[in-house]
Unconditional design. Structure first.
Length: 202
């Protein structure tokens, strides 16, 4: 039995080393028992960044400032980040699409919020994480989430993907993509998972 956490973020912009902040964190908890039985949970959190999204970022996610003012600032210890961190420590494998971007913003916000880690949050998250963008490019020459979903014949009908990005929706679509990759390339995916798990036990 393996436990997975598949996640995605939306942000005010691309400058993780600058002033940009995370405004949405969506993640799926999926337990694969290996016999067709699976547990599945979804979590979505919004954060008030106390700033305005860049025009480019807003065009992608279309989350306006008025909506975000309804939520507490990201640094508040109200359980949103601590619940995510607890889940990270409980699962076996993390999965993200373009993991470096998502991990960088989450690590930044965990540090800014006063959480502590023996190494660094980026290193801690990265060593548990597989990237569907990297797997998709290696296996199908498809790096964006949209092209990967198309290559895997996964429909986005009924989603808002064509109009804007949503962290929860993208986490769910990434989950579908990873499950399909496991079905089509079971030996290769098993090898990648085993390699990831062995690095943490050595």
């Amino acid at each position: 039995m393996k436990r997975y956490l598949i996640f995605d973020v939306e942000t005010t912009g691309l400058k993780v080393n600058g002033y940009d902040r995370m405004i949405q964190l969506g993640y799926v908890l999926w337990t694969d028992a290996g016999d067709g039985i699976a547990a599945y949970e979804e979590y979505s959190h919004y954060f008030n960044p106390l700033m305005t999204s860049s025009p480019g970022a807003f065009k992608v996610h279309q989350i306006n400032d008025e909506k975000l003012r309804e939520y507490l600032p990201i640094g508040c210890r109200d359980g949103r980040l601590s619940d995510f961190l607890k889940a990270v420590n409980e699962v076996d494998i993390l999965i993200a699409h373009h993991k470096s971007f998502d991990i960088s913003f989450i690590a930044k916000e965990l540090e800014y919020s006063g959480f502590h880690c023996q190494t660094s949050f980026y290193e801690m998250l990265n060593e548990k994480c597989l990237c569907t963008a990297e797997l998709g490019y290696r296996l199908l020459k498809s790096q964006s989430l949209d092209t990967l979903l198309k290559a895997l014949d996964i429909s986005t009908e009924g989603t808002n993907r064509a109009n804007y990005h949503d962290a929860m929706e993208d986490a769910k679509l990434t989950t579908l993509a990873y499950k399909k990759l496991k079905q089509i390339y079971p030996d290769l995916i098993q090898k990648e998972e085993d390699k990831l798990l062995s690095l943490r036990t050595n």
